[in-house]
Design a protein around this ligand. Structure first.
Ligand SMILES: [Zn+2]
Length: 403
């Protein structure tokens, strides 16, 4: 099926007509107002053409988007947040399947066509939350590619019975094995990480580890993860999420870790946290480390932030990094789109540095968003609702509504 996108500006450049077939970009030509187009035509109306968003860190089983606003009820510590979700998710107005399906639809309508979501698995919820997320993936399978992480949110070792449940999820369609704070949560980092990497080897799946641990403790856990990545030959298949330690250690340690992350091709994901914990974004991408962005929790039992809009989250990434220059703000958009795509698929296009704007060349996959904006930076600042979203070369959303 052929489709032509008329009158768009790829990455804010000159006005072009772009043809798409079989899910790929086939031509990018200067705009010709008299050209005859066969097949379906999408009117760009002078808008920007960008790669679609990749939300590579989202918890679809916790979301409360679409439900009445609920004042935050958790205590200050991490375990308080865990228990706040555990004690309340069953009494949500909608079951997990409906909440996850609704939120994923909102994300797609705003420009996401690639996502990695966590599904909480433990002895309390069993596979119930995983199954709700899997149903949401199925409901939107024509609009978005979704990877599901079998995620031990409450630890692997604190409570009995978690590991067999994780294995069951991996047998039943989970794509990635998750881990979390091996020192602070399970208090046995070697055992925790050996289980995670052991399951990765057994099921031949990538690893994705939440690392909230600060300072030297976070560095210690990162070193253990790097050690196992090398020993298990998992280069290209390990992701560390958050990595707050990297934002708060000495320059020498930070430089060493970035070099090793690049060498072992370990990717990083961030949710654009507060200023003192944000990743050294430009240094990471310049060193060749794959970095992606995600919404994380969205108006859920963890935090009231997050609205299914990765363009808003891109603004947050630029803001928390203190960026003013156009190149760096545009780089945030490149991270939120192509950067994340390379986290999900290490064989995909990789960002080469802060000035690199790939993803819209002939032969590239047609995972696209058309959005109103004078320039790429102004689109990040204005976050217009005038958007058209394409997945696999087909229009899947327009004007913030899924089709
Ligand atoms: Zn998370």
């Amino acid at each position: 099926m052929e489709l032509t996108i008329r009158q768009v500006r790829p990455w804010g450049g000159r006005m072009c007509d772009v043809s798409v077939s079989d899910g790929h970009i086939r031509s990018v030509e200067p705009h010709d107002p008299d050209a005859h187009q066969s097949g379906e035509v999408v009117e760009g109306r002078g808008r920007l053409l960008l790669p679609s968003f990749s939300d590579v860190h989202v918890h679809l089983d916790s979301t409360r988007l679409g439900l009445p606003f609920r004042p935050h009820s958790a205590g200050p510590d991490f375990w308080d947040l865990v228990m706040n979700d555990r004690n309340n998710w069953r009494s949500a107005e909608w079951p997990v399947e409906r909440r996850a399906t609704h939120t994923l639809g909102l994300m797609i309508a705003r420009g996401v066509t690639r996502a990695r979501t966590y599904a909480w698995i433990d002895a309390e919820c069993g596979l119930e939350r995983f199954e709700g997320v899997a149903a949401a993936r199925e409901a939107h399978s024509d609009r978005c590619d979704v990877q599901i992480v079998a995620f031990p949110q409450a630890g692997l070792l604190r409570e009995d019975g978690v590991v067999p449940l994780i294995e069951e999820a991996l047998r039943n369609g989970a794509d990635v094995i998750g881990g979390i704070d091996p020192c602070l949560l399970d208090r046995d980092p070697v055992r925790h990480l050996d289980i995670v990497f052991g399951l990765a080897e057994k099921f031949q799946v990538p690893v994705d580890i939440h690392l909230h641990e600060p300072g030297e403790l976070g560095v210690y856990s990162t070193d253990l993860i790097l050690e196992r990545t090398k020993a298990c030959g998992m280069q290209g298949n390990v992701t560390i999420a958050h990595a707050y330690a990297l934002g708060g250690v000495s320059e020498v340690t930070s430089r060493r870790l970035i070099e090793e992350l690049a060498e072992l091709d370990v990717s990083m994901t961030t949710r654009a946290p507060s200023v003192d914990t944000c990743l050294p974004l430009a240094e990471l991408t310049s060193a060749g480390v794959r970095v992606g962005l995600g919404e994380d929790g969205q108006r859920d039992y963890w935090m009231p932030y997050g609205n299914a809009d990765m363009l808003d989250r891109t603004w947050m990434l630029a803001f928390t990094n203190g960026y003013r220059q156009d190149e760096l703000i545009e780089h945030c958009l490149a991270v939120a789109t192509i950067g994340g795509a390379a986290v999900l698929d290490p064989t995909g296009i990789r960002l080469k540095g802060t000035a690199d704007r790939p993803g819209l060349e002939v032969g590239d996959v047609a995972e696209l968003i058309i959005v109103e904006g004078e320039t790429v930076t102004s689109a990040v600042m204005d976050r217009s609702p005038d958007r058209t979203v394409l997945h696999a070369g087909r229009v899947v959303a327009d004007g913030l509504e899924i089709l």
